[in-house]
Design a protein around this ligand. Sequence first.
Ligand code: HEC
Length: 266
Amino acid sequence: MGKYLKHPLGQAVLVFVVAYFLLDFGIEYIPPLLGWASAPIPNSVLLQYLITVGVGILLWVSDNDARWAEFKAPMHRVMVDPGQKTLRNSLMVLVPVLVAFATFNSVRPSVSAPTTLRAIHPSAPGQFVFQGATLQLAGLENPLRSQGSMEEHYEEGKRVYYENCVGCHGDGLDGQGHYAHGFNPAPLSFQDDNTIATLVEAVVFWRIAKGGPGLPNEGAPWNSAMPAWEDFLTQDEIWSVIIFLYEQTGNEPRTFEEEAGGGEAE
Ligand code: HEC
């Protein structure tokens, strides 16, 4: 063993393997032992780090001629030495088999559920606290619909939307805002007929007020970037942006009668 570790090829392999284990498992499992937060690093990042490590190793083995010659020697021997014929032939079979196996593994369809699978619409709580006041969800109607002019509410909602929501939910209300691609789950499109079109306004209000942090535990992890707007908007601002969302997309909110009748979710 010691003999191999004195050889530059052995050292290179050792450094690479240790780097791989540190990056792939170390970052995930060592910090929690010390009570720190941690997360696995994504495979694409792992690959970049390993390439960097690989380049570093190659620089080191090749920076002086004697070490470079020593580093290459075993590989050269395996390729041309008449005495290594058996090893050479077995490698010629083994390497393609390994590549075939890796390829097969990467294209093999998997039957496990995708990790990002989540209910888009978690069930809303019966009541919730909004800026200190308890609101009952059942029967909660948009008060602005029976108050003042709809045009004004629409304009106010438009202002609220363009000041706060457009970066994620997009100019076309289609979930394609400038920042949208950075988020998983992605901001929802209000144009689709399976988002706000299937909800009563009270639920939309609850979602806007509580955002990602207010999502219930079932179906977690949510990782939703949707902010909790109760910290930034008034009750009327939220109701008016809701009017804007429905008017602008041509969607109709579901009514509590439809809910009670259990009508098909469209
Ligand atoms: C930082 C990005 C971001 C901003 C800004 C943002 N949202 Fe969202 N929003 C999301 C994401 C991501 C989701 C999807 C995940 C979820 O449901 O929490 C979402 C979901 C929603 C939903 C749920 C729709 C449904 O069908 O369940 C509503 C309603 C909503 N957003 C309204 C708004 C409004 C109104 C604003 C502005 C006041 C806003 N959002 C600003 C990221 C954002």
